[in-house]
Design a protein around this ligand. Structure first.
Ligand SMILES: CC(=O)N[C@@H](Cc1ccc2ccccc2c1)C(=O)O
Ligand SMILES: [Mg+2]
Length: 367
C-alpha cells in the first residue's frame, strides 16, 4: 500500500456528564483522530490518550507531537506498507503505545476498506454482537450513585463497574448490592491503593464482585501477586498489561486472574489479539476496556470484543453513555448488546460536519 500522508486532528467533545475516577474528573474528551491517505482507500484511527498524563504517561499533545515528528515519517521508508509492518517500523521509538496504536489502526482500516474486509473478520470475531457493561464514575453521594446505576440497568447494561478510591469503596459497593441484588458487579481503582491496603481491600470480598481492577501501581506486579494471595475477589489488570509479554508475566506471577484488554494501551489491535491469545492459552478470561472512544474507536473495540476469549461484558458502552452527538452513527444498546459493524474496515466513518465541529486543530503530515 502506498501511504501519501496522515492527517492528525485534535478533537474536543463534551461529555454528557462529568466522569470522575481516582485520577481526576473529565468533562471534555480531548483525543486525536487520524486519517491515513493511501492510493486505494482512506483509513481512520483514534488515539485514546487523555488531555493530561493521568491514566498513563501519554497525553494528547505529546501523542500528536510524536506522531508528526517521528512515527508518521518513519513509515516513509517501509516498502509494501501494510498494518503488520507498522509496529516493527515504529519499534525503535520507546513507548507512546496509544499514538502507535492510532497510526496502526488507521493503516489497518485503509487496508481492510481497500480489500472489502471488516475489522471483525480480520481479527477473528465469532459473534455478530457483544454483551456490554458500563463504567460508573465516583459520585458526590451514595443516592446519586444508586440513581446512576438504576439508569444504566434500565438502559439494559449487563454488568456494572464502579470506580473506587480510598474513602469510596466498601460503602458504595454495599449500597449497590443492597439495592440491586446479585447483578454482575465489579470495581476499578485505577492504581489508587498501596501494598498496605490488603486488609482493607479484603473488605470487598463479601460482595461477590466479578473482579477488582488495577488496585495497585501499574508497575507493581509483585504487589498484585501478594494481594491476590490475601483476598478472594479475583484481580484484573488494566494499566499493567502493556503487551503480550506483560500479560504472560502477570499471569505467571499470579498477579491477575482476569485481563482488561485495551488496544490503545498495548500499541494496537494486532498486539491486543496477541494478548487475547496468550490469555486464552492460560485459561484467563478477558474483556474489552474503554477509553471513552468516539464511534471510531468504539467500532474497532466492539469487533475485538467479538473474539472467542472475550467471555466477560466489557466497557464497550453505547455512544450516549459519553456523548450527545457521536462522531459516527451512534452505537445503540439493544438488549444489552452492541452489534459488530459488518462493513469494510471499521464499518463506520466520521460524519464530516460533526468532525469539523469538534476539531480544534488539524495537521497534515506528508510522506
Ligand atoms: C471506561 C473506563 O473506566 N476507562 C478507563 C479509565 C479512563 C477513564 C477516563 C478517561 C478519559 C480520558 C482518557 C482515558 C480515560 C481512562 C479504565 O478502565 O480504567
Ligand atoms: Mg481500568
Amino acid at each position: 500500500m502506498k501511504l501519501s500522508g496522515v492527517e492528525i486532528r485534535t478533537i474536543r467533545v463534551p461529555l454528557v456528564s462529568p466522569f470522575r475516577t481516582s485520577f481526576g474528573t473529565e468533562t471534555v474528551r480531548e483525543a486525536l483522530v487520524l486519517r491515513a491517505v493511501t492510493g486505494e482507500a482512506e483509513g481512520w484511527g483514534e488515539c485514546g490518550a487523555g488531555i493530561a498524563p493521568l491514566y498513563s504517561s501519554e497525553y494528547t499533545h505529546a501523542s500528536a507531537d510524536v506522531l508528526s515528528r517521528y512515527l508518521v515519517p518513519a513509515l516513509a521508508g517501509v516498502a509494501d506498507l501494510d498494518a503488520h509492518r507498522v509496529a516493527p517500523a515504529l519499534a525503535g521509538f520507546k513507548g507512546h503505545r496509544m499514538a502507535k496504536a492510532a497510526l496502526e489502526t488507521a493503516v489497518l482500516d485503509a487496508e481492510l476498506r481497500a480489500a472489502g474486509v471488516s475489522f471483525g473478520r480480520a481479527l477473528g470475531a465469532v459473534r455478530a454482537s457483544v454483551p456490554c457493561g458500563v463504567s460508573v464514575g465516583i459520585t458526590g453521594s451514595i443516592p446519586e450513585l444508586l440513581d446512576a446505576v438504576a439508569g444504566y440497568l434500565e438502559a439494559g447494561y449487563l454488568r456494572i463497574k464502579l470506580k473506587i478510591e480510598p474513602g469510596w469503596d466498601v460503602e458504595p459497593v454495599r449500597a449497590v448490592r443492597e439495592r440491586f441484588g446479585d447483578i454482575l458487579l465489579q470495581v476499578d481503582a485505577n492504581t489508587a491503593y498501596g501494598r498496605g491496603d490488603a486488609r482493607h481491600l479484603a473488605g470487598l470480598d463479601p460482595f461477590g464482585l466479578l473482579l477488582l481492577e488495577q488496585p495497585l501501581a501499574e508497575d507493581d506486579l509483585r504487589g498484585h501477586a501478594e494481594l491476590a494471595a490475601r483476598i478472594s475477589t479475583p484481580i484484573c489488570l488494566d494499566e499493567s498489561i502493556v503487551s503480550a509479554r506483560a500479560a504472560a508475566d502477570a499471569i505467571a506471577m499470579g498477579a491477575c486472574q482476569v485481563v482488561n484488554i485495551k488496544p490503545g494501551r498495548v500499541g494496537g489491535y494486532l498486539e491486543a489479539r496477541r494478548i487475547h491469545d496468550v490469555c486464552a492459552a492460560h485459561g484467563v478470561p478477558v474483556w474489552c476496556g474503554g477509553m471513552l472512544e468516539t464511534g471510531l474507536g468504539r467500532a474497532a473495540n466492539v469487533a475485538l470484543a467479538a473474539l472467542p476469549g472475550f467471555t466477560l461484558p466489557g466497557d464497550t458502552s453505547a455512544s450516549e453513555r459519553y456523548y450527545r452527538t457521536d462522531l459516527t452513527q451512534p452505537f445503540v444498546l439493544e438488549d444489552g448488546h452492541l452489534a459488530v459493524p459488518a462493513g469494510p474496515g471499521l464499518g463506520v466513518a466520521p460524519i464530516p460536519e460533526v468532525l469539523d465541529e469538534v476539531t480544534v486543530a488539524t495537521e497534515w503530515v506528508p510522506l
